[in-house]
Design a protein. Sequence first.
Length: 289
Amino acid sequence: MSLSLLSSILIDGVTYAMILFMITVGLSMTMGLMRVVNLAHGAFAMLGGFLAASLPRHLGVPIGVGFVLAIVLVGLIALVFEHILLRRLYRRNDLDQMLVTIGLMFVATAAVNLLFGSSVTSVALPEAFTGSVDLGFRSIPRHRLIVVACGLVVVIVLWLAVDRSSFGIRVRAAVDNAPIARTIGIDTTKIYAATFAIGAALAALGGIAGAELLPMEPTYASKYLVILLAVVAVGGNGNLFGSFFAALLLGIVETFMKYMVPQLASAAFFLTMIIVLLVRPQGLFGRQA
């Protein structure tokens, strides 16, 4: 295997992994912390991408500003969604949660199809994100390096927020024992709302950053649903580093197979998931029930 081929596999694999991580970390926290099976989570990534593509044109703002506005808007929409509907599902069984959220996913698909059309929508990049970086033995698209850097920043910031802040202490208390957390004065309702909104905003960031590899189309949320759930299952519900390393593992495996045997790329992705779950049913970093 040549150095150029190996570098291409690693760069593309890690880029894909960072996109999967940014989208799925919120889903992992929702399922692990709030005990809600939110099958509509991919719709936040889809909405972020479509808003990022349309806001600069309609508002006349720079592309980068449009990206920020799209992420903030998705976070606010998630807050409203959590307040009006999701919190009513906290004590419902998994089947109820799955049916309601998958119904919302199809509603989001229909809404995007109505508002933005049925064709694939491209997300324009700021000028600073275009071009390539010459490493000597090959050139790398600058956009992919930025996506990787963005993913690393996200995992570091989340680690600091969860492990090194008072908010993180309250989150961990709510995860370990929500009733006891409430009795000592922790407002778990606000914790859940904030966690859900942050997760949705990160999904929007991942959707925008990954629009080149995971194109924006009305069927986005359903098309990539199983892939997102696979990353969460392999990493372990509610575990930050589980989501990160699961995305790395699955992203690099699938990318490697796309280069070597493209017909088996998807099969290799899910076979890796099956092997991990056979060895560790709770996921890489999940805890035993």
